[in-house]
Write a protein that binds this ligand. Sequence first.
Ligand code: PLP
Length: 372
Amino acid sequence: MSTVARPFVVTYATPSWDARDVAEVPPRGMWCDQIVTKVREIDLRSDTVTQPDERMRLAMSRAEVGDDVLDRDPTMRALEERAADLLGVDAMLWVPTASMGNIIALTSHLRRGDRFLAPRLAHVLENELGTAAWLSGGMPEAVDWGAWPGRMPVESVRAAGRVGPYHSLRTTLLCLENTHNGAGGTVTPPDEHAKLVATARDVGLKVHLDGARLWHASVALSVPPAALTVGVDTVQVCLTKGLGAPMGSLVGGSTAFVEEARRIRKMLGGGVRQGGIVAAAGLVALDRIPDLAEDHVNARKLATGLAELGWEVDQPETNIVLAGTPDTEASLAALKRVGVLAVPMSGKVRFIPHRDITAKDISEVVGRIAGL
Ligand SMILES: Cc1ncc(COP(=O)(O)O)c(C=O)c1O
């Protein structure tokens, strides 16, 4: 028996795969008793898995920086000012994550004994470890969707916001989410947004908008982002979801809110020093908002492919594809076996095309799933 090392093991999957699908092959001329093809993984778990590209890395390396806890960092300030302009609010504050942006906004709005409303499966209800309650102090209430996934009927907001007897919680805040992640990236258009805000005002509620993917809504509707923030007290937007930044979100509203938000960010340990390094990536990310249209096209292509294969899937409005299968966990495991990565969401399989995924990748994904 030979003692030569045989590092490569090949399972030959489908002969039609091109060279890009082979992540590791034996060097030419190397002896091995099996040829091993490692399937190239196509990662559709989230639009946050993107890699910062050369332009972004260059911008980061050249960023002008200062101590933002002391006398402000010039690149962070430039990013905050640009985002405030885009969103039509007085001021914005850079925060490391979208979750922290939401926590800061909710902490400034809520007092103990308050209740806040949010659409069923909202990120603040399901995916932030209950911080809205135990850190910000508000009791959550999920408002059911109406005819459209992720969208609350105004009558439900009016009813839930009504003042009760003295021993009931005081409802003081409406939390919107546009696009709505758990509903499959669904979009609330400006007229409906305006009605929700007006109803909230009527019953004395403040309004926070979780706009982690507000850019996607604005691209899908071909309206400026500011058209989707009208009337809100606070808004949070994210730079890592589909735009390729390695970190960073922004939270903002009035100048007074941002002053308070800066204090709360510090309280949470979120004051950063030379944050311009990452803010520079954020400025590049903002240039890339129009590119999101391509992700939306890829999401529709994927949904169509899955539907043709018999998967239960709605046509996405933005970049999130939710597909129902009889057994989500089994489907995710099967997908993983053919190198397609997805996650469970709202009882379904969630796929998110993003800027590191091409139309050809989507065809490849559909081809691999067809072979399951
Ligand atoms: C709507 C929404 N809000 C907030 C977040 C939290 O983002 P982060 O992980 O950056 O805190 C997410 C994450 O996917 C989200 O989808």
